[in-house]
Design a protein around this ligand. Structure first.
Ligand code: NAD
Ligand code: IPM
Ligand code: MN
Length: 360
């Protein structure tokens, strides 16, 4: 049966990087005889411009029917001043929430060829392989009430709410522990339990889940310390489980350990292993339209799609190997450029991955 993929290029560099990931996905499908059917639609600012809303109902229905969604990125200055309820980012949050994509896997893996591209010393990052498991459909991103109001004294005030229920914590912890079993059997749960009630419950429930995984070593860390440890000694981590906002911040930070935010893919999964796959970075308005964005995070997200939703490990491995070959050849987009390497455009990078894949 053919695999149905909904492609949502989005805004900014989204369409540029998605074009390359689609090329690679099609090449992998040919090589491994997979039947994929792609359907295209809009999300974010592009959807607002076309449909007047950042996520149209029909688009959401298409996403529900699809086996997987491949997303570029959303947002940009053009839509920063519109009604906050219609901002591009709200479309992204809605699709995550509606598809119940609560488990966001963000692997920070250093390709050895890029050890010099990180801003940290090569010996600090060499061999780095961290998996951040970010809770994606709860916490402060979705908590109610949230409000902006004017107080009696005329002052403006705004607040958000950070709720977590034990079932939400338990299911993301289970994902983290299960994945740790396939890796180095270490889980670090990151929270702010010295201050936040939601974090105190988080820690309690994670402890309970850990009882079912006596073979996995659990540690807890406050998020401020975790931010520091990630740059001091990042290789101490194997799997990090954390809430929605802490995971957002720490994953951008971890991306620089791998050389560039342009290298960090992501998978957002629900209980049915249906998934949305997107780079961890944004729409990069500062470089959009120039053909210079790094497409590898998106290409690697397509590889995660083959691995997690379609269980096509060989095809997924092949894409990762092809990326590695291209880095061996010294091809680099600007963000990972180094002395002695050859600077290539977004499309040249995609073409090189396709060529390497065919020649594997
Ligand atoms: P960003 O990730 O878009 O960009 C941060 C910096 O990283 C920029 O200098 C950018 O040029 C660079 N960068 C990002 N991706 C790159 C790539 N593939 N290759 C080379 N360089 C790359 O973050 P931002 O500037 O804070 O946000 C821009 C817009 O993107 C905002 O509207 C934000 O809300 C949105 N955003 C969307 C997503 C998403 O769709 N998942 C994620 C993050 C931010
Ligand atoms: C990400 C982004 C999103 C988030 C924004 C655009 C809503 O930063 O995917 O990391 O905060 O989750
Ligand atoms: Mn982010």
């Amino acid at each position: 049966m053919s695999k149905q993929i909904l492609v949502l290029p989005g805004d900014g560099i989204g369409p540029e990087i998605i074009a390359e990931a689609v090329k690679v996905l099609q090449a992998a499908s040919e090589k491994y005889d997979l039947k994929v059917e792609l359907e295209y639609d809009e999300l974010g600012g592009a959807a607002y411009d076309k449909y007047g809303t950042p996520l149209a109902d029909e688009t959401l229905e298409r996403a529900r029917r699809a086996d997987a969604v491949l997303l570029g990125a959303v947002g940009g200055p053009k839509w920063d001043t519109i009604d906050p309820a219609l901002r591009p980012e709200r479309g992204l949050l809605k699709i995550r929430s509606q598809l119940e994509l609560f488990a966001n896997l963000r692997p920070a893996l250093l390709y050895p060829q890029l050890a010099e591209a990180s801003t940290l010393k090569p010996e600090v990052v060499a061999g780095l392989d961290i998996l951040i498991v970010r809770e994606l459909t709860g916490g402060i991103y979705f908590g109610q009430p949230r409000e902006r109001r004017v107080l009696d004294n005329g002052e403006r005030q705004a607040y958000d709410t950070l709720p977590y229920s034990e079932s939400e914590i338990r299911r993301i912890a289970v994902v983290g522990f299960d994945l740790a079993r396939l890796r180095n059997r270490k889980v670090c749960s990151v929270d702010k339990a010295n201050v936040l009630a939601s974090s105190q419950l988080w820690r309690e429930v994670v402890e309970e889940v850990a009882k079912d995984y006596p073979d996995v070593e659990l540690s807890h860390m406050y998020v401020d310390n975790a931010a520091m440890q990630l740059v001091r000694a990042p290789k101490q981590f194997d799997v990090i489980i954390t809430d929605n906002m802490f995971g957002d911040i720490l994953s951008d930070q971890a991306s620089m350990l791998t050389g560039s935010i342009g290298m960090l893919p992501s998978a957002s999964l629900n209980q049915r292993n249906q998934g949305m796959y997107e780079p961890s970075h944004g729409s990069a308005p500062d470089i959009a339209g120039q053909g210079i964005a790094n497409p590898l995070a998106t290409i690697l997200s397509a590889s995660m799609m083959l691995r997690y939703t379609f269980s096509e490990a060989a095809a997924a491995d092949a894409i990762e190997q092809a990326v590695s070959r291209v880095l061996d050849q010294g091809l680099r987009t600007g963000d990972i450029m180094a002395a002695g390497c050859q600077k290539v455009s977004t499309a040249e990078m995609g073409d090189a991955v396709v060529a390497a894949l065919k020649n594997l």
